[in-house]
Write a protein that binds this ligand. Structure first.
Ligand code: SF4
Length: 67
């Protein structure tokens, strides 16, 4: 069972969209380009891996994965 929580800080998001590219199931962008979390709890190992990739590629370090 996967147990992790995706947290995104919209205050520091710069709208780069890398998270959406890495994990379109979990992330979207609002009309201002700021991150929106669609799915905060990765439901499978694959989803967890994509969430970790999103953490790694976010240029403003606005995504955290809480175990
Ligand atoms: S990758 Fe980071 S900076 Fe870019 S939209 Fe996602 S959270 Fe915001």
């Amino acid at each position: 069972m996967v147990s992790a929580q995706i947290v995104a800080k919209r205050e520091t998001c710069i709208g780069a969209g890398q998270c959406v590219f890495a994990d379109p199931d979990a992330f979207d962008q609002d009309d201002n380009g700021l991150v929106v979390v669609l799915q905060a709890d990765p439901a499978s190992p694959d989803a967890l891996a994509r969430a970790k990739e999103a953490v790694n590629v976010c240029p403003s370090r606005s995504i955290t994965l809480l175990a």
